[in-house]
Ligand binder design. Sequence first.
Ligand code: T4K
Length: 376
Amino acid sequence: MTNIPFKNPIYITKPLLPDLKNVNKKLKEIWDSGWLTNFGAQHILLEKKLKKYLNVQHISLFNNGTNALMIAIKALNLTGEVITTPFTFPATPNSLTWNNITPVFCDIDDKTMNIDADKIEKLITPKTSAILAVHVFGTPCDVEKIQKIANKYKLKVIYDAAHAFGTEINGKGIGNFGDITMFSFHATKLFHTIEGGALTFNNKNLKEKISLLKNFGIKNEETILLPGINGKMNEVQAGIGLLVLDMMKKAKKTRKFIHETYEKHLKNMNGIRLLENKTNIEKSYQYFAIRINKKEFGVSRNKVYQQFKEYNIFTRKYFHPLCSEYQHYKHLQSNKNTNLPIAQKIGKEILCMPMHEGLSKKDIENICSILKSFKK
Ligand code: T4K
């Protein structure tokens, strides 16, 4: 196959776009109601539908995932130190910092790229109040082991499931684990509300507190119970979410096919490592991540990333640099070189490939063939 650059740029992702006719219809419905935000009809309906889709007991919608995460941390009264992963988007540890909590970075597992549950215990101190783990690229964390540790030391558990919309473990929705789970509904995610997010939880006592925290602490017109902020999802966001939710079944099928096409072409390429599949896990199909071993592939991840650009293909190095390498976290005790060897290795190898409904089988085959041509 002769590899030629794509005519139009191929980005890592492309938002699911509902038909504009349906968007206009939805906007008219919202306009006619005269109700634009503060828990209107669209919000109520989306909450109901997502609760069912995600198979969770309680859900609370937000204007973005980061605000949701910050409120989850407040709702659980976390303090002191929280053990988390350095291999994530800045939103994860930054949400702790905004709550005056010190993130304690724990190394990650070489197979799943999630926090390594076997390395958590040694990081626990009298100041530790919780574990904040991320289901990176939609692969579930070791939820059982993490819960056992949390129970033993009386710690809370928050899961950042920004990448895990629709992931299930043995048929159980990913939003059912830990004390609270956060989802991101950003435009770059499989399911989106342009910007948006949600918290899911099983403890019904959290419902009122989370509702208060995301709405200025307002109980009623004359009673303000808490120093809450504004985390509310508006009606246009919720309306778009309802339209996108209707597209989910088809989108997931297409993404599964793209995923399998990548796997077929890359699984035997020396120097390229893929995430393992497990029969008891329903994937989210939000990202397709590969790892490039420079020694075996003959070319570094950075070189591949650059070379792809010459073909109009824009991959992403999620998550390089590691959060522990950010200027504002460099000084932390947990950020010693010897503490995070796997995260450092993966940070140099990871590359997220284009993954969205706009890609055809031929596009994926071309991308894989171009990657193959870089091999030395
Ligand atoms: N926790 C984790 C583990 C997360 O990954 C994230 C967000 C969060 C928490 C926070 O959730 P939110 O507060 O965002 O709800 C993007 C997303 O903005 C971010 O939501 C996401 N993670 C992260 C992994 O990816 P960037 O800085 O890479 O986005 P950007 O603008 O470079 O977009 C990536 C590509 O997507 C572009 O090259 C082209 C395409 N794109 C993007 C947008 C915005 C489009 O085609 N259309 C668009 O509208 O962070």
